[in-house]
Design a protein around this ligand. Structure first.
Ligand code: 3HC
Length: 312
């Protein structure tokens, strides 16, 4: 089949909302775009384990510890599904991790902020996982089959994560004066970085045009950010917390909130390696990878031996 015919078939599948599968022909730029996005997503899941992992030994009760442990473990599982989806595009896990460790591949900006108090674990679940779901619900209908299927399970787990975070914030906000202040302080520090998770404004989003054309993304960065604000403001009001934005105002005409502009200079610094915790996070990932080398080698040696035994 000539290239024109292959392109026509690819476009026809997209226009019928059929998934593109690993063995289907796809344009090289579509493949590269997916590798970039899915692997950055995978990296975000495993780097995201670090700020919360810091609090497992300091959780305030056995119940809280068990829940946090399960959540952090879920994030590791999400990384696994997403690395596997990336590998189906003909790139090896080693190459993907090399891109993370050398700073060539990005991961979500949000994980470059510190977790200073227990309330930060609440804010991460409520806001960060809440923002992640807002973005990921549309990714269940993304055009690449393995990515779409991975997202179905991930979304189910993320919605549990969002609720556990909101529960922590609810409890703190009806606790002592100090506990309520701690919850408000976490909201103050995480609000703007959470809005940045959706990416730059549409006018500056270099990848959006292709992502929308290829049905990888179904909605724009700004649309999702707006929906997140609309959903989250009433949740904050319900538990007596204040969104730290003096420009926040209900706009009847657009049936949504007007809100202030995140600090895009800060965002650009963070995604280019200069956020508060970038070096610490990458250092911890590289160390974990090095320390896990013997486990990977032992697993490979075991698999080889098993193959030999089966062949004999
Ligand atoms: N953090 C880091 N980099 C970001 C970013 C963010 N919050 N938002 C945008 N960028 C980067 C992009 O990767 C791109 O850089 P690149 O061209 O070098 O890759 C550049 O900024 C311009 O942004 P675009 O809007 O053009 O990029 P995209 O169209 O890819 O949109 C995105 C960015 C919305 C993050 C999109 O990639 C996406 O939907 N990704 C899948 C979801 C995802 O990765 N989520 C991570 C959230 S954390 C998470 O899920 C963990 C959970 O446990 C909470």
């Amino acid at each position: 089949m000539d290239i024109k015919q292959l392109e026509t078939n690819f476009d026809a599948k997209l226009s019928k909302n059929e998934n593109i599968e690993p063995k289907d022909w796809m344009p090289d730029n579509y493949r590269k775009h997916l590798i970039r996005q899915i692997s950055q997503h995978a990296h975000s899941e495993i780097v995201g384990m670090l700020p919360e992992g810091n609090w497992i030994t300091r959780a305030p009760s056995l119940r809280a510890k068990m829940i946090l442990l399960a959540k952090v473990q879920d994030e590791g599982g999400h990384g696994l599904y997403l690395y596997t989806a990336s590998e189906s595009l003909n790139i090896s896990r080693d190459d993907l991790l090399e891109q993370l460790h050398t700073g060539k591949a990005k991961y979500s900006s949000i994980f470059n902020y510190p977790t200073l108090t227990w309330a930060d674990i609440g804010a991460i679940g409520w806001l960060v996982d809440g923002a992640a779901i807002m973005n990921q619900v549309m990714l269940q209908r993304t055009s690449y089959g393995p990515y779409a299927r991975a997202m179905v399970r991930i979304c189910k787990e993320e919605s549990f994560h969002q609720r556990q975070g909101y529960e922590i914030m609810c409890k703190l906000s009806v606790g002592t004066k100090e506990q309520k202040e701690m919850a408000q302080d976490a909201l103050n520090r995480f609000w703007w970085p959470t809005l940045m998770m959706f990416g730059p404004p549409d006018a500056e989003s270099s990848n959006s045009e292709n992502a929308i054309k290829w049905k990888i993304k179904r909605e724009s960065n700004d649309q999702l950010r707006q929906r997140f604000v609309n959903q989250t403001v009433p949740q904050a009001e319900l538990i007596g917390l204040t969104i730290p934005d003096k420009n926040l105002k209900w706009n009847e005409a657009k049936n949504g909130y007007d809100f202030g502009e995140p600090d895009w200079t800060e965002f650009n610094n963070v995604i280019h390696g200069n956020g508060p915790c970038n070096k610490e996070r990458l250092g911890a990932r590289i160390k974990a990878h090095e320390q896990g080398r013997w486990v990977r080698e032992a697993a490979m040696a075991f698999a080889e031996k098993k193959k030999e035994r089966v062949a004999a």
